[in-house]
Design a protein around this ligand. Structure first.
Ligand code: DP6
Length: 332
């Protein structure tokens, strides 16, 4: 490892959602979550550590990063500087294939790639678990993008906070049976979100009377999800994912003031997904901090599902994703 390192990471979509922290600083979640890493929309991040530099220079898609995005990258590099003992600044260049802030998991691929590249650039020899814990500090969902395929993020024992709890909160791969899944990513609106997921999750935890009941039921969902994945039972996997996501959005709708990411077009897609199921095609929807919908289905049904969804909403674009690789170093 030299002072320059480049890493690629892919986004992941949660089938059991992460929504709510018990420690904001360490990014420790309230509940376990489980996701599929996609094979599309990667982020490539290059970190060039400069022993002469006192500050970081960060560009996102060729433009200087500013505001909250810049603050989060610098705070993340501060962690890496602390651990490595190297106080050096860096030039960071990140290329994203997706519009940031649209609920399409760009922070997950972004911080997973940054964790891998920065660790290498600052000479930290970290195994996958340690990289996952590091990526988590940038954005919670990023800890799952360290791994390919399906991954579970352990919340860790809920008693602890501090260094001890930090050790126990990381992602790891989940065993999956004979499943041939696809996620149809349906973009109904590519604009930035009105409320960041970080702020929305804080408000939900603090004000929503539905939050605790969802968190409790999500723990049961995770147990059932693991069994359904192992059994290769796409109907049950999809059913659990859909109810977990709708439940998460219900907690937000009950927050004060309400957080509503779902748009009319989102509901139109949900209706179309119901219609597909009624006609015998297993298809199930999940939504994150935005109006876009990801539809879980069999790989062999994916093109037909994508077409049905595009038909339902004028201007909607779709991409078909299958399980993709974990974050890794590349040349460049
Ligand atoms: C709705 O990981 O973006 O996509 O930890 O505050 O950076 P921070 O939040 P983030 O939240 C993702 C929330 C979600 C569900 C999920 O991916 O599990």
């Amino acid at each position: 490892t030299g002072p320059v390192a480049t890493a690629v990471a892919h986004p992941n979509i949660a089938l059991i959602k992460y929504w709510g922290k018990r420690d904001e600083h360490l990014v420790l979640p309230r509940t376990d979550s489980l996701s599929m890493t996609l094979d599309i929309l990667p982020t490539t991040t290059r970190v060039h550590r400069d022993p002469e530099a006192a500050h970081d220079t960060v560009t996102l898609n060729g433009r200087p990063a500013e505001g909250e995005a810049l603050r989060r990258v610098i705070a993340f590099l501060d962690l890496v500087r602390d651990r490595s003992g190297l106080p050096h600044g860096s030039v960071v260049a990140s290329e994203n294939t997706v519009a940031t802030g649209a609920g399409l998991a760009s922070s997950a691929s972004g911080f997973a790639a940054l964790a891998v590249a920065a660790a290498a650039s600052y000479g930290l020899a970290l195994d996958a678990t340690a990289l996952s814990r590091l990526a988590r500090r940038g954005s919670g969902s990023a800890c799952r993008s360290v791994f390919g395929g399906f991954a579970v993020w352990h919340a860790g024992p809920d008693s602890g906070t501090g260094a001890e709890a930090d050790l126990h909160s990381y992602a790891e791969p989940v065993p999956v049976g004979d499943l041939d899944p696809a996620l149809v990513v349906a973009v109904v609106d590519a604009g930035p979100k009105a409320v960041s997921s970080r702020a929305a999750m804080r408000r939900t935890v603090h004000t929503s009377p539905l939050y605790e009941p969802w968190a409790v039921s999500s723990r049961g969902d995770l147990t059932e999800m693991r069994a359904a994945l192992l059994a290769g039972d796409i109907e049950t996997v999809g059913d659990i994912a859909e109810r977990n996501a709708l439940g998460m959005h219900a907690t937000m709708l009950a927050a004060r003031p309400a957080v509503r990411y779902l748009a009319p077009a989102t509901l139109t897609v949900l209706d179309r997904v119901l219609g597909l199921r009624r006609d015998g095609t297993p298809a199930y929807a999940t939504m994150d901090a935005g109006p876009n919908v990801k539809v879980l289905c069999r790989r062999t049904d994916a093109d037909r599902v994508a077409e049905a969804v595009r038909d339902a909403v004028p201007g909607c674009t779709t991409r078909v994703a299958v399980p993709g690789p974990g974050a890794r170093l590349v040349d460049g």
